[in-house]
Design a protein around this ligand. Sequence first.
Ligand SMILES: [Fe+2]
Ligand SMILES: [Zn+2]
Length: 374
Amino acid sequence: MTLHDRYLAVPVEGAVVRCHYVWLRDNCWCTECRVSQTQERKLCTASIRADIAPESVALDDDGTLRVAWNDDHVSAYTAAWLRTHDYSDQARADRRLEPVLWDATFSVPTFEHDEVLGSPQAQIAYLEAVRDYGVALVRNTPSVLGEVERFAQEIGHVRETAFERIHNVRHDPSGYSVAHTPAELIPHTDLPGYHWPPSIQLLHFLVNEATGGDSTVTDGWSVLADLRAEDPAAFENLCRVPVPFQVFSDDEDTFATVPIVELDTDGRVRTFRFSNHLVQPLDTHFDDVEAFYAAYRKLGLMIASDRYKVVFKTSSGDLLTVHGHRVMHGRLAFDPTSGARHLQDVYMEYDDLMARRRVLLGTHKPMPAAPGVA
Ligand SMILES: [Fe+2]
Ligand SMILES: [Zn+2]
């Protein structure tokens, strides 16, 4: 074990894990530093002295690290905890799960309704498909009004919006959205008029007997990865130029001015919104307008091409899940006189689905850092 100026290099199971003193002290798991009942932090991080450092360190035979600090405190950390929380670039890269990008050749992962709701393993598989591909299809969902809400409540929580809790999508000459007409819906993400649009959408086909109306799904992150590689300047424009989006009805309104692409702190796409029919007049720097349009049109032509779009016929009882910040959905035009077509959809949050997976796996509670402390 080596003590450096501000950090410690600890041998852990054949490797070396580097931990800053302040980070180790902050993560003490003793009953003085944690609330035993809830495992929440009790130690006030701001109260840790700026020159925190060990006075002595020791490794037990089982690899447990023991530190006596210069603030008269003693802490312990198991090898398993140190390995699990290794924050080296390599360890963080190894833990990172990359989305599996797809194009028009993709087959949407398919599950059975009764299995997803009846078996934890099947439900975990469904949730992992949503995580990895951003889309999943659940077949043989009972064609009962409100069933989509019941399904949502089993796997998470309904996200309320300005519009109905359960949306009915069918031919409706008085509807507020192009979805209520029989026209084609080109690939889009829903409710871009929110700064945080719903990140999950469930679309339940109660009855789908009309001619036409095939469904489409398109992996927006896949399109963006190609655009970023082919034309980095265009990608950068889509990340930078704010675009106004609005969705409204007679009684409700949503309006947000946000770039089409938002990145996370590692520069990866976090949020993508694309909804041709809901963009309002651009209100940005004069010099940005033409470059933005060039990038936006390039993106739009890629989305409209046959390269990325998966087209498939949904039948009654199909329940489609899409990641609303990643995968665009759409449909071809249909003939409203040829048969009934009625969907119900609800919105949810991706975080709740991933939390549901962790709870089913029993991995959601933090690992104790110290031996013998639960
Ligand atoms: Fe939609
Ligand atoms: Zn402590």
